[in-house]
Design a protein around this ligand. Structure first.
Ligand SMILES: Cc1cc2nc3c(=O)[nH]c(=O)nc-3n(C[C@H](O)[C@H](O)[C@H](O)COP(=O)(O)O)c2cc1C
Length: 382
């Protein structure tokens, strides 16, 4: 297969790090980029917070000097605010690619008609995507959408929404093969991804349940997609991007790092987060602590399957400084081999299906294109 064409960018290997709020910050993206090629999407930024120049949001839009293309995900529900946010990105040259989030299943978002609820309102969806594309295209910035299959099995939207997004001029469409009701439960429906690929002319990206590099090749073979989007599979395993690069280049090698090698990666990850927080902080000592705090959530993912005692795990998940981290990592047995039983297993969120909360009358009025009340989140990430 050839590179992924994303507007004026050609991406090889055709791999995208999925935007993950609270995870895919500049430090984590650098850690992943050091492993292999692809596009590495920033944490979600809300359009309202950007338009209001919220300082925390502006700090979250941070890219490495060598990050190319700089990829930013926006969340919005109001076409005008979204267009204004995209104009800010373009005029201030904040990013080279914009992805629009229509996949978020959390009740706080869908209850107000945002995220995964929005494509159901097809006219509003089309208006919103078009507003973003029209604001971005004069600068040659490609816009993509990322969505789920629909609200639930009785309210599927992905083919119609994909066609509408294509009509609006997007450079590609990414589909997570689950409904909002499924959240992160069950398995992703790769047949749905294949149907979308059949229906569209623009590149289609497949997302859901790629745990190993060979799963990515399987997804491509099964669906014909132009690229793959990797979320949870890389949590605590940034070397997955090296495996993906090898796999797409037809090479057989796959990393099985020993615990010592994992410890080196953990140290690198923590150091990059500290660098990121120091750069964003007035007080460097606080930056180190904040970076270490941000690192804590990754500890269990790195150690998954390794025989490491509960006390050491708990201490690692409470670090406040790099010195403390070094001390604790020194207690791990570096020769411990990679726990192959953990390969191919789900990691990160795997919750149960749940009711999708929607605004009153949401399902009954598909063609109502009024902007839902209060659905613009004020803060980014989270
Ligand atoms: C912690 C976490 C945060 C996420 N945040 C976002 C987000 O901000 N925007 C988005 O479009 N998807 C978000 N997602 C969904 C992922 O991008 C991806 O679609 C999903 O995890 C399925 O892919 P996977 O099976 O490879 O994990 C998030 C997922 C996780 C686990």
């Amino acid at each position: 297969m050839g590179p992924l064409n994303l507007g004026r960018y050609q991406v090889w290997p055709p791999v995208v790090l999925a935007p993950m709020a609270g995870i895919t910050n500049v430090g984590f993206r650098r850690l992943c980029r050091e492993q292999g090629g692809g596009i590495y999407v920033c944490e979600m930024i809300t359009t309202r917070a950007l338009v209001e120049r919220n300082p925390k949001t502006l700090r979250m839009i941070a890219f490495g000097d060598d990050e190319q293309p700089r990829s930013l995900q926006l969340y919005g529900t109001d076409p005008e605010i979204t267009a204004a946010a995209v104009r800010i990105v373009v005029e201030r040259n904040l990013a080279d690619h914009i992805d629009l989030n229509f996949g978020c299943p959390v009740p706080k978002v869908t209850r107000r008609g945002g995220g995964a609820a929005l494509p159901w309102r097809r006219r509003l969806f089309a208006r919103l995507v078009r507003a973003a594309v029209d604001a971005a295209s004069p600068a040659g910035v490609p816009v993509t959408v990322k969505m789920r299959k629909g609200i639930d099995d009785d309210h599927l939207t992905y083919v119609e929404a994909g066609l509408a997004a294509q009509d609006a001029g997007v450079a590609a469409v990414a589909l997570h093969g689950r409904t909002a009701a499924q959240r992160y439960s069950g398995t992703a429906d790769w047949d749905a991804i294949a149907s979308l690929k059949q229906a569209l002319e623009v590149p289609v990206l497949g997302n859901g349940d790629i745990w190993e590099a060979d799963d990515a090749l399987r997804m491509v073979a099964h669906t014909g997609v132009d690229g793959v989007v990797i979320g949870r599979g890389c949590l605590g395993r940034p070397w997955l991007f090296a495996d993906l690069e090898a796999a797409f280049n037809g090479r057989p090698e796959r990393r099985l790092p020993s615990l010592g090698e994992v410890a080196v990666t953990m140290r690198r990850h923590a150091e990059l987060l500290v660098d990121q927080f120091v750069a964003g902080a007035r007080n460097p000592a606080r930056g180190e602590r904040d970076g270490c705090t941000d690192f804590r959530k990754h500890v269990a993912w790195y150690l998954k399957g390794f025989p490491v005692g509960g006390e050491l795990r708990r201490s690692l998940a409470m670090i406040e400084s790099l010195a403390q981290l070094d001390d604790l990592l020194g207690k791990l047995d570096p020769a411990e081999p990679f726990p192959t039983a953990a390969l191919g297993q789900p990691r990160g969120r795997t919750n149960s299906p749940g009711k999708v909360f929607l605004p009153d009358g949401w399902l009954a009025n598909r063609d109502d294109d009024a902007v839902p009340e209060g659905a613009e989140l004020d803060d980014s990430g989270g």
